[in-house]
Design a protein around this ligand. Structure first.
Ligand SMILES: *[C@@H]1O[C@H](CO)[C@@H](O)[C@H](O)[C@H]1NC(C)=O
Ligand SMILES: *[C@@H]1O[C@H](CO)[C@@H](O)[C@H](O)[C@H]1NC(C)=O
Length: 313
């Protein structure tokens, strides 16, 4: 061993400094995550490999081996409240969530959801969405019953999934990310009523990192490279969706025709507008009350939004 040591040192000295692989945490089962594997496969040219691991923004707070994570703004805000080093650096996708209701339950307008059973996933962006929509017509959370259930990615939807629960009349409506709403609407046929308003709520599915990672020069270079690759991917998702449906469908276990049906509800944004800060302030106030914590100050939320990587592209 001792004899080999000088040679090893020499080789190391001649090689470029190796950076560890870029580790990204993301739920791998949703449509919103799919630009990430596409970017790694087709465009990423960082100093080392990039790997996508099942996880999310909570990993950034608890495990320093994670460099990046993707999640809805809801999970980002929940983590930021206790971990102020987290930064939102890119918006992968904005999704105008939908509520589907059953006309047979006497529902034709949003206000009719008062007193009804509404399926959603608690502590997620879907619950925030349902609350925002109903609040917009003066219906409080105490005036309807939230029912938990599972999403469904492909018909036939099994027991305990929202599309199956609405056709069985266990719930009168449900609101969650796609394609469960699309599958519920298809199952209800002419009894389906849809409510959607992106100016009241849209999911802001974002990419996050930490100030520690962003201030490490070698790591930052790879992060910029990855975001550049994502940005190229979003051009394809936005402008040539026909070339993407089959890959997205197989990545998340959907039918390609249903991916196409829900594509218009997905906006592949990249960056964000001046209105995002007010949107986050409102959502943080709701989450603070739910999680029994104090609200995050506006100045702190402004530092949460870090557009410096986008500017480096
Ligand atoms: C969406 O919500 C905004 C804000 O409440 C409202 O002004 C607008 O009329 C709504 N749009 C539709 C199509 O209902
Ligand atoms: C990122 O994408 C936007 C929208 O397509 C484009 O205008 C911009 O030039 C892209 N930036 C880079 C560095 O590719």
């Amino acid at each position: 061993m001792r004899i080999l040591a000088p040679a090893t040192l020499l080789c190391t000295a001649l090689l470029p400094v190796a950076t560890s692989a870029l580790k990204i945490g993301s739920s791998l089962q949703w449509i919103e995550h799919t630009p990430q594997p596409w970017a790694i496969k087709n465009f990423y040219k960082g100093s080392s490999a990039a790997s996508l691991t099942s996880g999310g923004v909570a990993n950034l707070a608890s495990d320093k081996s994670f460099d990046l994570a993707a999640n809805a703004e809801t999970q980002g805000l929940k983590q930021f409240s206790g971990h102020r080093n987290i930064r939102l650096i890119y918006v992968i996708c904005e999704v105008a969530y939908r509520i589907v209701a059953n006309k047979a339950s006497g529902i034709t307008k949003l206000e009719d959801l008062k007193g009804k059973k509404i399926g959603t996933i608690s502590s997620s962006s879907a619950q925030v969405f349902v609350n925002r929509m109903l609040s917009s017509v003066g219906v409080k959370e105490s005036e309807y019953t939230l029912v938990s259930g599972n999403v469904c990615m492909k018909a036939p939807c099994g027991s305990g999934t929202f599309p199956q629960m609405i056709t069985n009349k266990q719930i009168d409506a449900f609101g969650v990310w796609e394609p469960a709403v699309e599958l519920g609407a298809k199952a209800l046929g002419s009894n389906a009523v849809i409510f959607q308003n992106a100016s009241i709520y849209r999911e802001v599915y974002s990419l996050y990192s930490t100030t520690d990672k962003l201030s490490d020069p070698a790591k930052r270079k790879d992060i910029v490279d990855f975001v550049r690759a994502l940005n190229k991917t979003l051009d394809v998702f936005r402008d040539k969706p026909d070339t993407v449906y089959a890959t997205v469908a197989s990545a998340v276990g959907m039918d390609a025709s249903v991916v196409k049906d829900v594509w218009p509800d997905h906006k592949w944004s990249g960056t964000w507008g001046a209105d995002l800060i007010e949107f986050l302030i409102q959502e943080d106030a709701y989450l603070a009350q739910k999680d029994r914590r104090s609200v995050v100050a506006k100045a702190e939320l402004e530092s949460f939004l870090d557009d410096s990587i986008i500017k480096e592209l």
